[in-house]
Design a protein around this ligand. Sequence first.
Ligand SMILES: *[C@@H]1O[C@H](CO)[C@@H](O)[C@H](O)[C@H]1NC(C)=O
Ligand SMILES: *[C@@H]1O[C@H](CO)[C@@H](O)[C@H](O)[C@H]1NC(C)=O
Ligand SMILES: *[C@@H]1O[C@H](CO)[C@@H](O)[C@H](O)[C@H]1NC(C)=O
Length: 510
Amino acid sequence: MAMTLTVASSLVLFLHFISSIASIDRSQFPNSFLFGVATSSYQIEGAALEDNKGASNWDVFTHLPGKIDDGSNGDVADDHYYLYEDDVELMHSLGVNSYRFSISWSRILPRGRFGQINEFGVAFYNKLINLLLSKGIQPFVTLSHYDIPQELEDRYGAWLSSEVQRDFGYYAEICFREFGDRVKHWVTLNEANLWPKFSYMLGTYPPGRCTQPFGNCDFGDSTIEPYITAHNMILSHAIAISNYKKNYQMKQEGVIGIVLYAKWYEPFRNITADHIAAKRALTFALDWFLDPVIFGDYPPDMKAFFSSRLPAFTDLEKKMLQLKVDFIGLNHYTTIYAQDCKFSCEVATSDGNAMVITTTERNGRSIGEPTPMPYFFVVPDGLRKLVMYIKERYNNTPIYITENGYAQCSNNSVLKQALLNDTDRVEFLQSYLTSLTKAIRQGADVRGYFVWSLIDNFEWTFGYGMRFGLYHVDYSTQKRTPKFSAKWYRRFLTGPVMFHNKNLETLAFE
Ligand SMILES: *[C@@H]1O[C@H](CO)[C@@H](O)[C@H](O)[C@H]1NC(C)=O
Ligand SMILES: *[C@@H]1O[C@H](CO)[C@@H](O)[C@H](O)[C@H]1NC(C)=O
Ligand SMILES: *[C@@H]1O[C@H](CO)[C@@H](O)[C@H](O)[C@H]1NC(C)=O
């Protein structure tokens, strides 16, 4: 009896799982839609100082004691610099038509604009781009994904100085010139709105600057430096964009945008103050960058609140910002509650400056299914709401979901077999893709979706303990093994109709 019940109930669960997965397929997206996978240079390349590459900020930071949870670094990472042909083959077998990766600035310019162009670096990205194109995979290229030449840090404090604008402009120019005949999608900066917070407010990313109570650092000012560095990022971005639009876009026929990290915020209580707080949290986190790169200035709410702490754009800079982005890239993983705290804020969180307290629980219930990543919960409808918000505020500017994915925690006691059977990730991806189809049906101009990530990789301060890959990587042998999610994605992308004849069990063992 007990046996029968167990079998029956697991059968019900199993059928439920299949039917939820089968509800989404490729035909629900436009034909021209880009479906891809994403990675970034420092997280996968390795070859940290090989073939004349200069040290990046991350090469230096990861070698300082105590900065990375498992004491690891990206010296070797996935060894992608040497294994890129295999990795392109993995993508090809998935059936993706685009690949989002980043160029390592210090591989192209080991010393920024203070030294030579590294021909080995240029040759590597040429080989990668040409191989991708030969397989029908469009390169979707980020100029800087958290890594910059350490030289810029040492010389003038990198993003703290307006000097960095010249360096970024110079680097972008070289990339457009060398690769722009084949790269049709450019991203200036990755998660430009999180970068100042991690690096200059919380101090957890290089150069590790902050003040109490935000974090424990030897130098910095958490109340001011995030806004100065963000300002320099926006202007660096603007210099690259205006150069591209004036000198390259006509002949190269590509598009250029920026990638921002975006949570969705739900009001904690159903009261006006929390509805306003949720909106304010999003404005201070996202419109902070989107307003300047689309409307040419910071959001009025932020200017009023920060007054002189928020740098002002000169008329000349505003004019440059008028050459706006062609698209918005969104890295979206989760949704969080926002509660107004105008009169009682403890601001020592990255959301705190918006006068909100963010929480993941209400009345003892979490906002969605928890995931192994702290603060990441599964709330698929958050993606639709976020996309619709951006559609309304930014006149339906084209959107690419440049990252979305699901982490697995791993350590020596977690078996590889368990990591390969990633049904949680498959459920996550299909539920978020379903949410995205709803936004598209509601008129949002969404043009692509990239799973983070192709392969397990160096997950910043988590080191190798957080695995986002569709492919498992054994770091001692560099062997890549498809997880269930890789098989699911391939079936989603290449199968005419999913799961007609095969059930998940056979797929899992294919
Ligand atoms: C929030 O409150 C309004 C009335 O103030 C009500 O119409 C609405 O249904 C409530 N929403 C939720 C989710 O409870
Ligand atoms: C290893 O990871 C698993 C799964 O996340 C966790 O339950 C376990 O406590 C971890 N073990 C160690 C020794 O950290
Ligand atoms: C995979 O995980 C699911 C539950 O998430 C379980 O039902 C199934 O038996 C597992 N398959 C294998 C091969 O371990």
